[in-house]
Design a protein. Structure first.
Length: 217
């Protein structure tokens, strides 16, 4: 596949991660070392390293010493993840509000929101998804708490599996953009606790979208 040998495990990790997040590799699917070695034409070592990182991302779990299972979600899993993510995003907002250069944070947030609207208008779902994620991530970049950021990162991958699916619908894109703008307006007006509660409500709305895409529901 033309992989750069100096970064084999990194490239394999990125390819598999993207395949899982976009559901080219489905939730619950088994991946054996043999299958992956045939696909990437490499030894087991870089593949094991990539799978270890995916395990840390909570995207796969080992089912034996020869392969992994891609994560599978129940409705209760999603409720726990989205609820906790709402709490973490709320904390990030509170911590970010103490950042000394608020003008810089708000200028970046405005640009993210604008880029998202332009992507939606152009029908560019990939860029819109990136902008949607960035709106949440900006509060973590300015929260000055690495442990909070690390906790959120571990959960965000699971959410991305579903957001990549429901964001294909323009009505959902529009609704999410409206909620992001409302959260930002509250934050910009200094209504931090209002922004926190709105973020939690926003994640609860996103949970409803995710549940509608859960297999078997």
């Amino acid at each position: 596949m033309g992989l750069n040998k100096s970064t084999l495990s990194e490239q394999i990790y990125q390819i598999l991660r993207n395949d899982i997040l976009t559901q080219k590799i489905k939730c619950g699917e088994k991946l054996t070392l043999k299958i992956l070695q045939e696909r990437f034409q490499v030894s087991s070592t870089p593949i094991r390293e990539a799978l270890t990182r995916l395990t840390q991302d909570q995207l796969v779990s080992y089912y034996s010493n020869i392969g992994v299972n891609v994560i599978r979600f129940t409705s209760e899993d999603l409720r726990e993840i989205y609820s906790f993510m709402g709490d973490l995003d709320g904390l990030a907002i509170r911590y970010a509000s103490a950042f000394p250069d608020q003008e810089k944070l708000m200028a970046e947030a405005k640009q993210i929101l604008e880029n998202g609207r332009k992507a939606a208008a152009a029908g560019d779902t990939k860029v819109w998804n990136l902008c949607s994620d960035e709106f949440h991530l900006i509060f973590y970049r300015y929260c000055n708490n690495s442990r909070l950021t690390e906790s959120a990162d571990r959960l965000r991958s699971g959410i991305s599996i579903f957001s990549n699916q429901y964001s294909q619908e323009t009505r959902i894109q529009s609704r999410i953009d409206e909620e992001h703008q409302a959260i930002f307006d509250a934050y910009q007006n200094g209504e931090i606790e209002k922004a926190v509660e709105m973020m939690k409500s926003h994640l609860n709305d996103s949970l409803a979208y995710a549940l509608s895409f859960l297999p078997g529901t």
